[in-house]
Ligand binder design. Structure first.
Ligand SMILES: *[C@@H]1O[C@H](CO)[C@@H](O)[C@H](O)[C@H]1NC(C)=O
Ligand SMILES: *[C@@H]1O[C@H](CO)[C@@H](O)[C@H](O)[C@H]1NC(C)=O
Ligand SMILES: *[C@@H]1O[C@H](CO)[C@@H](O)[C@H](O)[C@H]1NC(C)=O
Ligand SMILES: *[C@@H]1O[C@H](CO)[C@@H](O)[C@H](O)[C@H]1NC(C)=O
Ligand SMILES: *[C@@H]1O[C@H](CO)[C@@H](O)[C@H](O)[C@H]1NC(C)=O
Ligand SMILES: *[C@@H]1O[C@H](CO)[C@@H](O)[C@H](O)[C@H]1NC(C)=O
Ligand SMILES: *[C@@H]1O[C@H](CO)[C@@H](O)[C@H](O)[C@H]1NC(C)=O
Ligand SMILES: CC(=O)N[C@H]1CO[C@H](CO)[C@@H](O)[C@@H]1O
Length: 449
């Protein structure tokens, strides 16, 4: 499969091959912060993708359902909140509002948002419904209920080819339900199917491709990951196959839990999962990977970096090889210096970046093959409990604020997208943001294609 992907890579213009997805990294949106859209749903409109997810800045306590937009699935613009905390009620302080999903209702011409609504101890187990006139604008909250009188926790929405809406909902006493929604999508009208195995599958995601439905989900293990599963059927109401794994067994779905599966023109299918960090939920990251689907077979492999090339008709692309530049090989300003770093490649990193002395490290004369938008990956360390930021300047471009989530003692990745200059003379200056300390920079990876 790697070979096939490499051949495809040669057929598309190289200017499309440099925006990469880096699963599990800090992803900085246009507002300079790590994306706060956990448990997200996605909806596409006129070539723009909208990511609607949970702002976990205050842990499980509801603050906002955020909306981000992107035309390439790599660079995400923070647009605003669809729903925000209210003084009291379902959306009040200390409430649980999770797994937002949006579908468009052709008849009412409204966007309909479903969320899991709960009390702080997850005792209420309901769905909440809100509607909006624009996909990424403010939504009106209509209220909450238990579908057919059943408990409902993790859930998703699905819109079929004929415009019918469905709610797939996890109900601890009974199992995983597929309910048909009313014409306006405000309520459930009937039960289409029940997977009668309570406590087996949550975090559902459903797609349809070539007349076959694919339902994905995780097992129930709280915030911990497990080997997620899928099933297929030609009908929503019967004939579902046995649940099977799709990622490497024992990888716990590469340490993630399903939140959505995105089908791009039925050709490119992307798994979107959350890598939850239960003790600090806002630092949870996103694990998005290509799904290789052939009939009823679904396989997902790990990639450190990969290219979700939306213009490729035949599948996603493997990332090209990259140049790596050691942080400690840079030149230093202020208090910044070469520090030893046990988990770092070569055992050293550029440290004391930022801070009161305005330390910075400059990495000079590294090669880029492309002058288009390019994803640059930082391997870094941040021992603080909070996020560190860097003020990063590429060549003569305006500086960008880049978020580096806490890593404990470990080395992790953070990505930012920029334009580089084709050729061997690129420069990055990594500075602190205001007077804060930046991360320790182990090395920087730049795609070579
Ligand atoms: C954040 O969560 C704490 C409890 O952990 C709560 O006391 C506080 O009110 C929350 N803040 C907001 C803005 O909801
Ligand atoms: C939803 O449907 C149920 C069952 O038909 C009904 O009892 C309930 O009142 C409806 N809820 C709303 C908000 O219309
Ligand atoms: C898909 O599966 C069929 C039947 O198992 C097999 O013959 C075919 O070669 C597969 N196609 C691809 C592209 O792997
Ligand atoms: C880029 O380089 C890093 C460090 O050597 C490596 O871990 C990663 O797998 C490389 N990515 C690709 C796509 O080869
Ligand atoms: C970083 O410091 C170590 C220890 O002093 C030294 O051995 C190494 O050569 C230094 N690296 C660079 C790139 O200066
Ligand atoms: C960069 O740093 C590494 C490890 O610290 C060292 O082995 C290597 O020789 C350096 N490379 C250059 C081009 O200075
Ligand atoms: C970021 O770096 C630029 C260029 O050095 C500097 O002018 C600007 O003040 C810095 N911004 C912050 C917030 O540190
Ligand atoms: C109140 C209640 O239990 N409602 C329904 C929950 O789901 C089961 C299985 O679909 C139904 O039999 C119940 O009537």
């Amino acid at each position: 499969m790697k070979l096939l992907l490499a051949i495809l890579g040669a057929l598309v213009p190289s200017t499309l091959a440099s925006l990469e997805l880096v699963p599990g990294a800090s992803w900085t949106a246009t507002n300079g912060e790590h994306l706060q859209a956990h448990g997200a749903g996605f909806i596409e409109e006129d070539g723009t993708y909208y990511m609607v997810g949970e702002d976990k800045t205050n842990g499980t306590n509801f603050l906002n359902i955020n909306c981000y937009s992107s035309t390439d699935l790599v660079q995400w613009k923070y647009v605003g909140a669809l729903l925000s905390q209210t003084e009291s009620g379902d959306l009040g302080p200390g409430r649980v509002v999770e797994r937002p999903k949006v579908i468009y209702n052709d008849k009412t011409k409204k966007y309909v948002l479903y969320v899991h609504i709960d009390s702080s101890n997850y005792g209420e187990a309901k769905v909440g419904v809100a509607t909006g006139d624009s996909v990424c604008g403010k939504y009106d909250y209509l209220g909450s209920f238990q579908p057919n009188g059943n408990t409902s926790r993790d859930m998703t929405l699905f819109k079929d080819d004929d415009g019918s809406g469905y709610l797939i909902s996890e109900d601890r006493p009974n199992g995983l339900h597929i309910y048909k929604l009313t014409d306006d999508y405000h309520n459930v009208s009937s039960e289409t199917y029940l997977f009668p195995d309570p406590g087996n599958v949550e975090a559902p995601a459903l797609i349809k491709r070539d007349g076959l439905y694919y339902l994905f989900g995780s097992h129930l293990s709280g915030w911990s990951n497990n080997d997620n599963v899928y099933t297929t059927s030609k009908s929503l109401s019967s004939g579902w196959a046995d649940w099977k794994t799709f990622a490497d067994v024992g990888s716990n779905t590469y340490e993630s839990q399903t939140t959505f599966v995105l089908s791009i023109d039925d050709k490119q299918i992307m798994y979107m999962g959350d890598r939850w960090v239960s003790e600090n939920l806002m630092t949870s990251t996103y694990v998005w990977l290509p799904l290789n689907i052939n009939g009823t077979s679904v396989i997902m492999k790990w990639y450190d970096q990969w290219v979700p090339n939306l213009l490729s008709q035949s599948g996603f692309l493997a990332a090209p090889a990259n140049t790596t530049i050691q942080g400690e090989n840079g030149t230093y300003d202020g208090d910044a210096r070469n520090i030893s770093c046990s988990g770092c490649s070569g055992g050293y990193a550029a440290g004391y970046i930022g801070g009161p002395d305005g330390g910075s490290v400059t990495l000079r004369d590294f090669e880029a093959k492309d002058s288009a938008e390019t994803t640059v990956t930082f391997e870094y360390r941040n021992g603080d409990s909070g996020t560190r930021y860097a003020n990063v300047t590429f060549n003569d471009l305006p500086p960008q604020k880049v978020a580096f989530l806490t890593t404990g003692g470990a080395v992790k990745r953070s990505v930012i997208n920029t334009q580089l200059k084709a050729g061997p003379y690129n420069t990055i200056v990594i500075d602190g943001y205001d007077t804060g300390y930046g991360p320790d920079i182990d090395r920087v990876e730049v795609p070579l294609e």
